[in-house]
Design a protein around this ligand. Structure first.
Ligand code: CO
Ligand code: CO
Ligand code: CO
Length: 362
């Protein structure tokens, strides 16, 4: 056998072809996750203010009266083919959980799984450059990390943040009457799947890529300026799944059944997302999300199945979902606008209901 010259080698597969599921759509489903997590002991350390029990965005450990440590990790498979964009998106997504807690990131560690023999170090360098550029916007550096050889690429960050213990925004503070505000459009799961299947041109993914690569930093600053009740970011479990986590945590915290009403006409969609969903394009993770949410969700009869799936579409690096007291809504919208947060959609409200976590989509 002779050596194949460089030019005649078959082209490498696209990054997204190396994994079956992409981005946050690769998350383990909520039902299986809860079953597995039930083996973890409940934490007894009173300084662990937020642990895994409330499915919040990050763990919070109180170091002193004034300082709380916020810790989170997010790693996923390639969501797009361009390595630089993959790195940006992975970094923005990991940082998002710190912003969702109302905290300020201070440092990050990277995790890399990479098929080095097949693809070499160049693309990996681009992934890291993308991540570093986004971290720079967050005013932090990647301080270190860990890497392994793996057939399926994976990349992400462990992020550490700081906050005042009293300034932490959890999933558990929602009250009936609070208004729900969302700061990025929905549809990244459907759109990245459409490109993967060749149903949409990669150029049409630009808006989604820029949305996924943008930080929730400004939205976080806006909500801190106003003071809000609860917050999470919309990622792999979709809008319905992450809202469900807020409703359940808030119901337990208040000892009252809290649900929500969502107005489907107010939900901001990424371009092409509704068309692609209507063409039956949907990642497996989004179908799983809708199945998991279904017992708690009622849809108006006029809402077709593909729109129901979009409400559960597995997002990567989605926006903040904020519950704010009605009297502070205008102030929040103004703070968001002043910080150039382009999407500030008022999508629904929390309600007192019979079953905790019940969601009506109208
Ligand atoms: Co989160
Ligand atoms: Co996360
Ligand atoms: Co949260």
């Amino acid at each position: 056998m002779t050596n194949t010259p460089e030019a005649q080698r078959p082209p490498l597969p696209r990054l997204t072809e190396l994994s079956a599921t992409a981005g946050c759509a690769a998350k383990i489903g909520q039902a299986d996750l809860h079953r597995a997590l039930s083996h973890l002991p409940q934490h007894a350390d009173p300084r662990l203010v937020v642990g895994h029990a409330t499915s919040d965005d990050a763990a919070v450990y109180q170091l002193s009266d004034d300082i709380a440590l916020v810790e989170t990790v997010d790693i996923f498979t390639p969501i797009v083919d361009n390595p630089y964009d993959y790195g940006r998106i992975a970094a923005a997504n990991a940082l998002s959980d710190v912003y969702a807690m109302g905290a300020r990131p201070i440092s990050a560690l990277s995790f890399i799984a990479w098929p080095m023999a097949e693809r070499g170090p160049e693309e990996l360098g681009e992934i890291l450059r993308g991540a570093a550029d986004v971290c720079k916007l967050a005013e932090i550096v990647i301080a270190g990390g860990h890497s392994i050889v793996d057939k399926e690429p994976k990349f992400g960050l462990f992020v550490t943040g700081l906050s005042h213990p009293k300034a932490i925004v959890t999933n558990a503070g929602g009250r009936p009457g609070d208004v729900l505000v969302l700061t990025k459009p929905i549809g990244t799961g459907v759109l990245t799947t459409a490109v993967k299947r060749g149903a949409m041109a990669p150029e049409d993914l630009r808006q989604a890529i820029e949305s996924m690569a943008s930080l929730n930093r400004a939205a976080c600053a806006a909500m801190l300026a106003v003071g809000v009740q609860a917050c999470t970011d919309v990622t792999g479990f979709g809008l319905l799944g992450h809202l469900g986590n807020v409703l359940r945590a808030s119901s337990i915290a208040r000892g009252q059944a809290i649900g929500a009403r969502l107005h489907i006409d107010e939900i901001p969609w990424l371009d092409h997302a509704v068309d692609m969903a209507a063409d039956n394009i949907c990642p497996g993770g989004s179908r799983r999300n809708l199945e998991y949410a279904a017992p708690n969700v009622s849809f108006s009869a006029s809402i077709p199945t593909h729109m129901q799936l979009l409400m559960a579409d597995a997002q990567t690096s989605g926006g903040l979902l904020i519950a704010v007291a009605p009297k502070k809504l205008d102030a929040l919208l103004m703070e968001l606008s002043q910080r150039d947060v382009a999407v500030r959609a008022v999508i629904g409200e929390l309600l007192a209901v019979d079953d905790p976590g019940a969601i009506a989509v109208v």
